[in-house]
Design a protein around this ligand. Sequence first.
Ligand code: PMP
Length: 393
Amino acid sequence: RLMLFHQTQPFAVTNSNTRLLISSSPPSNRVINLDHGDPRVYERFWRQTGDKSTIVIPGWQFMSYFSDGSNICWFLEAEFAREVVRLHKVVGNAVTEGRHIVVGTGSSQLFLAALYALSPNDAPQPISVVCASPYYSSYPSMTDHLKSGLYKWAGDAESFDKEGPYIELVTSPNNPDGHVRRSKVNKSQGFLVHDLAYYWPQYTPISAPADHDLTLFTVSKSTGHAGMRIGWALVKDEEVAKKMTKFIELNTIGVSKDSQVRAAKVLRAVSDSREQGNSKDSESFFKFSHKLMASRWKQLRLVVDRSGLFSLPKFSPAFCTFFNQVLEPQPAFVWLKCEGNVVDCESFLRGHNILTRSGIHFGVSPKYVRISMLDTDDNFNQFLDRLSAIQSR
Ligand code: PMP
């Protein structure tokens, strides 16, 4: 997979079929890698923000390991915590009152911290970790990578029927298929982890502030700053927050202050851009990103509808409290199904130099693939051209 990742740079391949298939744009058969959800789509917005999203850190600053010794999460920068609370209030997507904030090196680190914190430490067997399929492809590998004695991947939540404690991951809207989700198992001894990486107005109508025991968010998908490696957890239970903090202490002795302060500045710019409206020098981030996703989805639907070769999930419009209107979901990924007799959709698209991720990594059939909608304009446009060309053959 790493090798594929490095192929995002344009490079020549000698596949004469692909060249023949492209009719409306200049011939290009470079590989388009839409396997990862790399959020390059927002770069254009951040370029125009200038000083509003820029920080300068003098050499003497942030040298200590510690941020606030009186906080459970002793490495949490107060400035970052303040902006997290403010942004959730501005967007209306999560309750922060009565919650401890734990910062992590991406929500990936917080996911592992949550598994550690929720696992009973004296159980004879590892606790089962489940998620309804199709599930985010990293959950099984992250859960089992170190063969922990505390927790173990147990697959699809729909078919989980073991007695005793378990951890259920609820991703809403879901990666890969974009649907809004609730927990599926519904037994008494379950711990829920809500992964709300995509519960932001550009992807899905905001219905109500999320009010769960343990919720994960990340800047990677909200503002698009995946490289900053900052995520946060909202945690109700003090003991769970303490154990998550302990995990991060043992893992990386805290989280980069430079990144937290940069994240604070970026979140502040997002909240300010909402509150200042759409003036000439301050465009609202969510208006920008919503419009962009809407335009991409509109173009994609046109191409897919014309094809007869592929199909897309169906979504119901819903009222969005942030935009104050009924809106359609417009997920960060396309969950595309190859119709007809194509069995392996990933291979089929790879034959057209489009790299995607097969349904098998998400616990379902290879007739499905996940395709990133967050790549650069150039890659997205090339992808659309390539897809239209396949059907016009
Ligand atoms: N959860 C989900 C559902 C995701 O899609 C991703 C990113 N692909 C993550 C967590 C990890 O995000 P981060 O960059 O914050 O580690």
